[in-house]
Design a protein around this ligand. Structure first.
Ligand SMILES: [Ca+2]
Ligand SMILES: [Ca+2]
Length: 269
């Protein structure tokens, strides 16, 4: 079955590509040709027995990106997803043929309303009607200026017990100042998997270590100079600590480091 689906996807892609060669292709800056190519919709016809997707919603809207989601359809071989700015008449392909039920967009603008639609392919030539939805991005492309140091670099964080709790997948700004300052942060993992802890924007030689809830060190990164630090770990659910500490007397009262706990296959809070 998997091989059959793959062959159908390949055949469909070939049909779409050959149609595009005969029609004008619209390209917009800042996006791959794969997601920006105008699709020729006449390649197939719709049939009443092939069910259109439902459950459309948009997640992770963070200009310029967002994720389009829909519910799986019984009998679907793959899906075709298209999008456009509501003010445009030209549909663009977000995915000509995808097996999944989510597709990322990469070149969204602020304060703009977008249409998007998805249809089911039940075979190479049998499609459902499109289900159409709409979303609007928020007004500003300028990320908020983070305070330096940020609110989590608390005065008590020289020890584990004084650490502030930070959110995963969020930039945390802090300073190592005065000399010999050490900063601890607590974070919580909800389910087993991989995480990466990053220490970037270093004004001087700072290092990074990660500890479990018992205070045992489970990872350390000590690169030279102001090179970034990173630690990849496979962890169970539980509380953990990240420690930012200087090499020697490295410090800066004005330039912040950026600490981030990235959940990859793990989940956190
Ligand atoms: Ca500090
Ligand atoms: Ca270092």
């Amino acid at each position: 079955m998997q091989k059959f689906r793959w062959l159908l996807a390949l055949a469909l892609t070939t049909v779409i590509v050959s149609c595009q060669k005969e029609s004008s292709i619209t390209e917009q800056p800042g996006n791959s040709s794969d997601t920006q190519t105008e699709i020729a919709t006449q390649a197939t016809g719709s049939s009443g027995s092939c069910i259109a997707p439902g459950g459309l919603y948009v997640s992770n809207i963070a200009i310029p990106t967002a994720t389009l989601n829909w519910s799986a359809v019984n009998g679907a071989v793959f899906y075709n997803v298209q999008w456009k700015s509501t003010s445009s008449n030209t549909w663009l392909n977000a995915a000509s043929a995808t097996y999944g039920t989510a597709v990322n967009l990469y070149s969204l603008s602020a304060g703009t309303t977008y249409d998007w639609r998805v249809r089911t392919y039940c075979s190479l030539t049998e499609t459902s009607d499109f289900t159409t939805s709409q979303f609007t991005t928020s007004g500003s492309t300028t990320p908020p200026v983070s305070a330096c140091p940020g609110p989590n670099d608390v005065s008590t964080n020289g020890t584990f017990s004084g650490a502030a709790a930070i959110n995963v997948n969020t930039d945390v700004k802090g300073t190592i100042a005065p000399a010999n300052d050490i900063d601890h942060y607590k974070f919580t993992i909800n389910s087993y998997g991989t995480i990466a802890v990053w220490l970037t924007t270093l004004p001087a030689n700072y290092d990074l270590a990660v500890f479990n809830s018992s205070g045992a060190q489970i990872g350390i990164s000590q690169n030279k100079g102001s090179k970034n630090e990173s630690i990849s770990l496979i962890v169970n659910a539980g509380d953990y600590y990240a420690k930012v500490f200087p090499k020697g007397t490295a410090n800066s009262a004005t330039s912040c480091y950026t600490l981030k706990v990235q959940t990859i296959t793990a989940t956190g809070q």
